[in-house]
Design a protein around this ligand. Sequence first.
Ligand code: ATP
Ligand code: MG
Length: 540
Amino acid sequence: MDHEAKDFIRQRIEHDIAKGQLPAGVVTRFPPEPNGYLHIGHAKSICLNFGVAQEYGGATFLRFDDTNPSKESEEFVQSIQADVAWLGFEWSTLTHASDYFEELYKFAVDLISNDKAYVDSSTAEEIRERRGTLTEPGQNSPFRDRSVAENLDLFARMRAGEFADGEHVLRAKIDMASPNINMRDPVLYRIRHVHHQRTGDKWCIYPMYDFTHCISDALEGITHSLCTLEFADHRPLYDWVLDNSNVNFHPPQIEFSRLGLEYTVMSKRLLHRLVEEKIVDGWDDPRMPTIAGLRRRGVRPAAIRDFCSRVGVTKVDNRVEMNLLEFCIRKDLEDTARRGMGVLRPLKVTLTNWTGDVEIMPGRWHGKDESLGERDMPFSGELYIEQDDFAIEPPKKWKRLSPGEMVRLRYGYIIRCDEHICDEAGEVVELKCTYFPDSRSGSDTSGLKPKGVVHWVSAAQAVPVEIRSYNRLFRVPDPSATSFLEDINPDSLEILQGFVEPAMIEHEDTHFQFERQGYFCKDSKLPGVFNKTVSLREGF
Ligand code: ATP
Ligand code: MG
């Protein structure tokens, strides 16, 4: 947190510490619902929850909010744990809301016993109709005045499986005329005869989020229950449940803004559709804003943490520019990624006066950091350079190759283009060049002064690779939630068949800078594939 003044949550924590209110330190939780992969929005919440406990001393629970069994799965549970750990955070305890099902049930029974909750046998539609609107109060349910005894009996039978889904719900008895719709007798439990990934078929009633969350927070002794702004309207209910339950701890709920990112979507519902409709190749497709996608793309945890820290924590929802994320990714890779040579769109170069075999050019992996060592680069009479580095009719100030002009091959020799060979379509397919034997980099006595330096690989030793270059997944900065499929960028993936120097394949490291081209990373699943992580400079 060295980017700006302390945010309002940290100020609040410091205030609580100063007043001696946190004897056991700061206790937070990150409470994902295991119904999808984590995305960069979750990373903001992770960095905040784990970050404050680290900074001020304390603990963070990783709590799976697994109260919605049909949408949840073990794959998501595993991926969430892997992603939190990968981001560099350690939870003090791993819990599940389902660990508390028995206790939650008892708290519900207590509410009923105190006439604070009742079983409603209306249909879902009737409940909706009587809820009222923002401008009109709701109406009491005809079941609202059931006796405590009848409610206790019905609730026990709901649990025992005597009723079908939807036949009854348990509702809090609060105020159907409340200006806050969340307080109009919210549903606390519903019947759902579904298998739960952890509790199996033990339960056929499941508690709702608003009931589960606050009690789980209380049971875990969460000192600051941090959530996103859309829950601000739920706070009175959070407090009501705790005030009316015999818990010995009442955490404060504090809301902060959700992270949005330009040119992408963040809601798991929409991300699910991208996966299901095969618009992307799974949750870890490098174009996805998921942690798994960013990782596969070559983004490292430090970049994501830096990004979250720069975005900061406020009370105002906003969509952050993609440029900021890319800036953080670049900044992280700049100092540590090895530089190598990769040619994305190969153009063959034949050195007509080359008589030798292969020469070895030593080259540092990193211009500034000697500790990253050196590698050998084979150089020979047949090379590939980038198609873009040759122009038949160069524009003004061209610093690359053109007919009759010279260029230095980085770490190698100076060459002059004598002839360019075109195919029938007029595309340049090969260059015939002369190399200057006394111009070798490091021992150049030629006195030649070419204007530019280009990268290359030696044709015989270069390793053919597939290079996947990504553009934004959406054409517009704020894809619409309703018709977001129409905003998909049809050109978000470009596949190139290129070459890299052999040392990059041999090296165990996965992240590299291709000189002059950007940062790339070996794909974690597909051998021989490199993903473009980010360009070297802003904008594309
Ligand atoms: P989604 O709409 O993507 O499903 P969610 O809030 O339903 O998001 P959860 O799994 O319930 O997803 O979220 C776990 C935690 O992560 C919550 O505390 C939530 O507030 C936080 N979170 C989710 N999305 C964001 C976001 N975009 N920015 C900040 N925090 C987020
Ligand atoms: Mg959710």
